[in-house]
Design a protein around this ligand. Structure first.
Ligand SMILES: C[S@@+](CC[C@H](N)C(=O)[O-])C[C@H]1O[C@@H](n2cnc3c(N)ncnc32)[C@H](O)[C@@H]1O
Length: 259
């Protein structure tokens, strides 16, 4: 069970935000009452604690590194895109202004943010996350985090986060309802130098992608279905993607072209 609380002596704005999260996500709001973070777990029988403080949302789990929303490489990639530089994910997806994107594995929303910058206000990015804890963290982070470039902050606000398992969600969609359907599952074996991902592992859904999900994605997509994977994982072949052939890269983007 997850609970949400604030810092000690919260300002009214912090308390309102925590209340709103509790209402929207159906999570229990508890008073902080100067309780230390480790003591919040036994006191409320919680397995995860979301702490809202000014401008920050942090997710705690006993004995795990804290997870905080941060756009990380998403901001760097967004700025490069805005300068007209290429991004291999965007190129593989053939994403252009006005496209609609269904990100089936939202995580911390780095890729969703890059898509949101590319497709702009006329486009749409919907990000699905199976973990209830991660989906709340991401929703709050994208709604409140500010970066220097206003157009990137605006792109964060446009990403729609949905707590859902992608297979069920895809099944509920009509044919041809998104231009691009994107997958970035947890790697079967972690790539240790991708450290941005490691605190996420404690919360993430680590199931392998199913052939059913890809079949549904092909039905739902109008332009491309894209898979990010570790090179040599065998997943591209197993799931019917052709790789982008970047020979030097550890990460590859596989594509199933639809149009
Ligand atoms: C490698 S991370 C994605 C990172 C993300 N692309 C980013 O840029 O931050 C994979 C995420 O997909 C989520 N996930 C795995 N299976 C899922 C499913 N069936 N439906 C929805 N989300 C899923 C995991 O919980 C995890 O957060």
């Amino acid at each position: 069970m997850m609970i949400v609380t604030t810092g000690d002596s919260p300002a009214e704005a912090e308390l309102n935000r925590a209340r709103k999260i509790a209402e929207q996500s159906g999570i229990r709001l508890v008073p902080r009452s100067r309780t230390s973070i480790p003591n919040l777990f036994p006191k409320y029988g919680a397995s995860a604690v979301l702490i809202v403080t000014q401008g920050k949302v942090r997710l705690f789990r006993a004995d795990q590194p804290v997870l905080e929303y941060h756009p990380s490489m998403g901001y760097v990639r967004a700025k490069r895109l805005l300068k007209g530089e290429p991004d291999p994910m965007i190129d593989a997806a053939r994403a252009v202004e006005g496209d609609s994107v269904l990100d089936c594995t939202a995580g911390l929303g780095t890729d969703s943010l890059v898509f949101a910058v590319r497709v702009g206000p006329k486009g749409r990015v919907c990000a699905l996350e199976a973990s209830p804890e991660l989906s709340v963290l991401l929703q709050e982070g994208l709604a409140s985090y500010e970066v220097e470039k206003p157009s990137v902050t605006a792109a964060m606000r446009r990403v729609e986060v949905i707590h859902a398992d992608h297979l069920s969600y895809l099944r509920s969609l009509p044919d041809d309802s998104f231009d691009i359907v994107y997958f970035d599952p947890m790697f079967r074996k972690p790539v240790y130098d991708l450290s941005a991902i490691s605190p996420l592992r404690a919360f993430a859904d680590a199931r392998p992608l199913s052939e059913d999900a890809i079949r549904e994605a092909v039905r739902v997509a109008r332009k491309t279905v894209v898979l990010k994977e570790k090179k040599g994982s065998g997943e591209m072949e197993r799931l019917g993607f052709s790789s982008d052939g970047r020979n030097h890269a550890k990460i590859t983007y596989g594509v199933i072209p639809i149009d």
